[in-house]
Design a protein around this ligand. Structure first.
Ligand SMILES: NC(=O)c1ccc[n+]([C@@H]2O[C@H](COP(=O)([O-])OP(=O)(O)OC[C@H]3O[C@@H](n4cnc5c(N)ncnc54)[C@H](OP(=O)(O)O)[C@@H]3O)[C@@H](O)[C@H]2O)c1
Length: 330
């Protein structure tokens, strides 16, 4: 089968489209013939983290396709079922943090940028009928991450004001739609005027320039919650927009992991600082029910053929996208 692997040189230089041997499912696994896959920022980080001497790994955490083969103990799906893939491995029940041994599809185990994938049967769930293959393929990781950050961790309520820096992020476009669905007010930021305009069309109440003076742009209005995945470049500005006692949730740090924090103003402000990461299978089912109920569709920025995966990764690296980038297998 065709697959997009990382091997050898660090970064995108080591990413290649190759012929790769197909795997067979064990008794508790299924083989999925993939129709589409979705890109995440993680697919840019893995080629930097994966050692130059390590065996090739197929990239990709998100995907959707049709069950082609099942192990003899599998009962939750059948051959021919249309499924999407839960990217969390080993986090089935809700818990405060991922259990020991938690991994994500796409490293260290082979991922979805291929014509087929073998995964544990519990990681294959019915594809919502209302979603196209492209929408289904880009949904899993980002929608799950957004759902946990916004609801399980952020506990957003109708009428609350949410600030969402870097709306170009795939996860942020899900959070925007989910927050609007429960009646929150949402202000987003972006460095791009085009993305600010698109966010307003998608339902944002206000959109400000990430590089501008946010105090001025917000006209003194403070927010209840900030969900920030940009990191170093925006964290301080984000914190300044919080109401006293407000909550900041962090699940990523695209622009750098290290921040400077004034502890005195932090504790006087009674702020809550919460980390979040992906989510459990139980949260995944809740997320699916939520997107079905509120008729949410992922924002698909562009679809590339599998063989053009490198161009798709470069597009993600350039941060020009709004929403999710998909790969199509045929
Ligand atoms: N913990 C988890 O489970 C988890 C899950 C998913 C993602 N993540 C992390 O969350 C982050 C977002 O992921 P994603 O795939 O949604 O991201 P993405 O699609 O790559 O988007 C990142 C966005 O961040 C903004 N940004 C980046 N650098 C910036 C800078 N220097 N200044 C201002 N804004 C900047 C940009 O927004 P504009 O273009 O609008 O300016 C960019 O589009 C990544 O760090 C990713 O690794 C973590």
């Amino acid at each position: 089968m065709k697959a997009v692997i990382h091997k050898g040189k660090k970064g995108l230089e080591g990413v290649q489209v190759v012929d790769f041997e197909e795997a067979s499912p064990s008794s508790s696994e299924v083989k999925v013939r993939l129709k589409t896959a979705g890109l995440n920022h993680r697919d840019l980080f893995i080629p930097l983290r994966h050692g130059e001497d390590e065996p090739a790994v197929i990239l990709g955490s998100d995907g959707a396709g049709i069950i082609e083969q099942i192990g003899e103990e599998v009962t939750n799906v059948s051959v021919g079922d249309e499924v999407i893939i839960i990217p969390s491995l080993g986090w089935e029940k809700n818990s405060p943090a991922p259990p020991k041994g938690f991994e994500i599809v796409g490293f260290p185990y082979h991922g979805t940028f291929a014509e087929t994938i073998v995964i544990p049967a519990v990681n294959a769930v019915s594809k919502p009928r209302a979603l196209t293959w492209e929408e289904a393929g880009v949904l899993p990781l980002a929608a799950l991450t957004g759902y946990r950050a916004l609801f399980t961790r952020g506990n957003i309520q109708a009428g609350q004001h949410l600030l969402l820096p870097g709306i170009g992020s795939g996860v942020a476009t899900f959070i925007l739609q989910m927050a609007k669905a429960v009646g929150a007010k949402v202000t987003v930021t972006s460095r791009s005027a085009n993305k600010r305009e698109r966010a307003l069309k998608l339902g944002a109440d206000a959109a400000i320039d990430s590089n501008a003076d946010w105090n001025e742009q917000m006209n003194g209005e403070k927010v209840d919650i900030v969900i920030d995945s940009v990191g170093q470049a925006t964290f301080d500005k984000s914190l300044q927009q919080l109401k006293l006692g407000g909550t900041i949730v962090v699940f990523g740090a695209s622009a750098g992991d290290e921040i400077k924090l004034n502890l005195r103003s932090f504790f006087y402000g009674q702020y809550n600082f919460l980390g979040s990461t992906m989510g459990s299978n139980e949260e995944f089912y809740d997320m699916l029910d939520f997107i079905k109920k509120h008729e949410i569709h992922p924002v698909v920025d562009e679809v590339f053929p599998l063989t053009d995966a490198l161009a798709a990764l470069r597009h993600l690296d350039s941060a020009e996208q709004f929403g999710k980038i998909a790969l199509k297998m045929d």
